[in-house]
Design a protein around this ligand. Structure first.
Ligand code: FPP
Length: 257
């Protein structure tokens, strides 16, 4: 990865003052990509790791503070056992192999999801990498693994209900902040931009609460084909939008003055 000189010199079209703080990505199309080439699905996942690396590289260069990647959903456990175990092995190998690069590039790794469901060796490797990168101050790469938004919402509701039962909070005091603070994503800002590849226009149980005001970007590109240029295009598209958060265009104009 090149040291960051200035966003302007490396990516002249990108406005350095409007870089999304948090980008979330639904990486889709690995299986179709592999099938098109006459390969097994896992070949697509392996190639998908290269696209993860590329995406992280450009996110770091641009100064994106948080990058959340949907690597394995709760529903993905229902895939054929051979694909699930190959994906877990790929995860273990990748996390181990990438640690020096993460350190070199000042990337902090975090996980998001029900880690208890992951095989022990995957959990151990992930914990080790999270600890080793904990003090890095560049981009935080959040790997969503065994994650679904409804899972997170359920555990949040349970935690809040327990606090109600203990008399620590009354039902009428439950606010958006109470819910946001009870989600596993509470320490991160909400995504500014959500990218989904492969031409599907779905959210697939990903960050349902958190993307209330995110800009959505859908591209037909299959994940293994997703390049630096595609990421830059998504950022440029984001920068062309007016984020109104329910207000009028005129109000936004006034606020900018
Ligand atoms: C969706 O494509 C992709 C996944 C379910 C897995 C994503 C995993 C990776 C990119 C590799 C692992 C990542 C790390 C960080 C080690 P799909 O299989 O649903 O594709 P399809 O819709 O074409 O079948």
């Amino acid at each position: 990865m090149k040291p960051l000189k200035s966003v302007n010199s490396s990516y002249p079209q990108i406005h350095p003052d409007r870089i999304p703080q948090h980008v979330a990505v639904i990486m889709d199309g690995n299986g179709r990509w592999a099938k098109k080439l006459g390969h097994l699905r896992i070949f697509g996942h392996k190639q998908g790791v290269t696209a993860v690396r590329t995406c992280l590289e450009v996110a770091s260069e641009l100064g994106v503070k948080f990058l959340t990647m949907y690597a394995f959903s709760t529903e993905n456990w229902n895939r054929p056992a051979i694909e699930v175990s190959a994906l877990m092995q790929l995860l273990v190998d990748t996390v181990e192999k990438e640690l020096p690069e993460l350190m070199k590039n000042n990337v902090r790794l975090r996980t998001l999801g029900n880690m208890e469901q992951l095989p022990k060796n995957a959990r151990t490797k992930l914990e080790h990498t999270e600890t080793a990168t904990a003090n890095n101050t560049g981009t935080t790469l959040i790997l969503a693994l065994s994650y679904s938004s409804r899972w997170d919402i359920i555990q949040a509701v349970q935690a809040i209900a327990e606090n109600v039962q203990k008399g620590l909070i009354s039902p009428s005091e439950i606010s958006e902040t109470t819910i946001s603070n009870s989600l596993r994503t509470s320490e991160y800002p909400e995504p500014d931009l959500l990218i989904r590849t492969s031409g599907e226009h779905r959210i697939s149980n990903f960050l349902l609460w958190e993307i209330a005001y995110s800009e959505l970007y859908f591209t037909p590109v299959l994940w293994p084909d997703f390049t630096k240029q595609h990421f830059v295009e998504a950022i440029l598209d984001y920068q062309s939008r007016e984020r109104r958060f329910g207000k009028t265009s005129e109000q936004i104009g006034e606020e900018k003055k």
